[in-house]
Ligand binder design. Structure first.
Ligand code: F6P
Length: 548
């Protein structure tokens, strides 16, 4: 693999970035009235406007060239055809097979995974229908009312984010509660709200070894047995989603109550698999399929659109441009849809767990920033919290603004008020407010000359803050599928352009192992390991206060 910085397009972009750092977006708009038409794209249900990014025609051309020079097309083909591009774990990367609605065969190690996916979807459908129509009953013969979904990371964030995004469409037949934190507060609060006789626990863990999930699952069983008393009742109240049948058996879950997934599904890309079971239970199987269909539409777009029009690829190129060339090391995700309030958290895992890497595929240290820090919250709440920094701070934070044409809930003028903010913020971040405008404004308000002198510097907004606007038709099941798939393919392209393996997470694995060593020191009197003085001091302080 070649070093990206030696590519002609990379070098051209380095030179362009020096020139563009001297440019102002406002000037770019003033000198080109066709900028929006030139730098915006549409696919069914989605408008993608990147005209407020600090690029010009030449940069755009070079970015597209960068995609070509980094062999995106060949890598895309490898992913879709099931090649083992997760080289450090020797696995295929096939979340696209989970929503392959045209059912074309895809082979991994000679096995048609499309057929496996279809069989599992049938199982999800049958189970979901039995639970939702009351045929599946608990140990006292009552139908299920509450789902408690236990899992963490990719086994939690995707399903919970989608559940939250689509809760407006729930028919109210089931409640879903998510438990991810091993802090007992979360589980206790959920268990307080539910009745063991009418609760179904879904334990989601690809490995079925993740300590947080296993502890929560064990505590849930203990709580459940206080009511059920008989262990045979567990079969009616606990199902699992996992690749690890040995562990699910050891836990006491019957094989027929285990929904499978495969090692070619990465945790953070797994909501399309049985990991999405809580979504199907909550909203119905048909809605789950609509999420898959929305994603499949984007998969088709990603596979077939020219690079110049390929939205996820453009998203990736712009991210690389902002972080690796312009030096902006953070990226905000700002949904102007309450339904998408968990999207920033979801994308934190998606982007940072995937591309938070420091070496190339070949193991060489990369000389550029890989992933920016992803953060954000719903735009309106952010406006009253951190937007001050976005407008006038001395760090520049490129931001994705996401809104929809139709609200999920029509309420007076609320949606127009919301969207006014959406449009106004990106306009202000781009244009800013210059000294002349500030002076004119203060003069019009009757301020004296000395008051104006005192205030003017504080009220200047430099603008030139790059944003992308994404407008969905409406946040419904298909739209959510489309949006997530756009970001997934963005992440993929970004990894290839940056030449990093986006599919492993060794840093997270390190953390998993570290805590288990210390756990024995906290739970067993005679165990102690060697640590640095800080860690030993902290452990000793904790144990003393806890009287251990
Ligand atoms: O959060 C890190 C991670 O390794 C994710 O990739 C994964 O989704 C999560 O842990 C949970 O792992 P598991 O599904 O095996 O419990």
């Amino acid at each position: 693999m070649n070093c990206r910085t030696t590519l002609p397009s990379w070098q051209a972009l380095s030179a362009s970035s020096e020139q563009l750092k001297e440019q102002h977006l406002k000037t770019l708009f003033e000198t080109d009235s066709g900028r929006f038409d030139k730098f915006s794209r549409q696919i069914p249900g989605v408008l993608f406007d990147f005209s407020k990014q600090l690029i010009d025609d030449n940069t755009f051309e070079q970015l597209v060239k960068l995609a070509k020079e980094t062999d995106i097309a060949a890598w895309r083909e490898k992913m879709f055809s099931g090649e083992k591009i997760n080289i450090t774990e020797d696995r295929a990367v096939l979340h696209v097979a989970l929503r392959n609605r045209e059912m074309s065969p895809i082979y991994v190690d000679g096995v048609n995974v499309t057929a496996q996916v279809e069989a599992e979807l049938e199982k999800i459908k049958a189970f979901t229908e039995r639970v939702r129509n009351g045929e599946w009953t608990g140990f006292t013969g009552q139908a299920v009312k509450d789902i408690v979904a236990i899992g963490v990371g990719g086994s939690n964030l995707g399903p919970q984010m989608v559940t939250e995004a689509l809760s407006a469409y729930s028919d109210g037949s089931l409640n879903v509660h998510y438990v991810s934190n091993v802090d007992g507060v979360q589980l206790a609060q959920v268990l307080d709200k539910v009745n063991a006789e009418t609760t179904l626990f879904v334990i989601s863990s690809k490995t079925f070894t993740t300590s947080e999930t296993m502890n929560n699952a064990q505590s849930a069983v203990s709580w459940f047995l206080q009511s059920a008393e008989n262990e045979s009742a567990i079969a009616k109240h606990f199902v699992a989603v996992s690749t690890n049948l040995e562990k699910t058996r050891a836990f006491g879950i019957a094989d027929e109550n285990v929904f499978t997934m495969w090692d070619w599904v990465g945790g953070r890309f797994s909501l399309w698999s049985a990991i999405g079971l809580p979504i199907a239970l909550y909203l119905g199987y048909d809605a789950f399929v609509e999420v898959l269909e929305g994603a499949f539409e984007v998969d088709t777009h990603f596979k077939t659109a020219e690079f110049e029009d390929n939205i996820p690829l453009l998203m990736a190129l712009l991210s690389v441009w902002n972080s690796s060339f312009l030096g902006h090391t953070s990226q905000a995700i700002l949904p102007y849809d309450q339904a998408l309030h968990m999207l920033p958290a979801y994308l934190q895992q998606g982007e940072m767990e995937s591309n938070g890497k420091h070496v190339t595929f070949a193991g060489q240290t990369v000389p550029y920033t890989t992933v920016p820090i992803i953060w954000g919250m719903t735009g309106i709440n952010g406006q009253h919290a951190f937007y001050q920094c976005l407008h006038q701070g001395n760090v520049i934070v490129p931001a994705d603004f996401i809104a929809s044409v139709e609200p999920q809930i029509e309420l007076g003028q609320h949606h127009d008020v919301l969207l006014s903010n959406f449009f106004a913020q990106t306009e202000a971040l781009m244009a800013g407010v210059n000294e002349e405008q500030v002076r004119a404004d203060l003069t019009a308000k009757g301020k004296s000359a000395s008051e104006i002198e005192q205030l003017v510097a504080h009220k200047i907004h430099q603008g030139n803050r790059p944003t992308t606007s994404i407008i969905l038709d409406k946040v419904d099941a298909k739209a959510v599928g489309r949006l997530i798939a756009l970001y997934e393919h963005k992440i993929f392209c970004q990894g290839i352009i940056l030449n990093v393996c986006s599919f492993d997470q060794w840093g997270v694995e390190l953390g998993k192992g570290l805590a288990s060593n210390i756990e024995s020191e906290l739970t067993q009197a005679d165990v102690s390991h060697e640590h640095d003085s800080s860690t030993s001091g902290l452990i000793a302080y904790y144990k003393q206060k806890r009287n251990k």
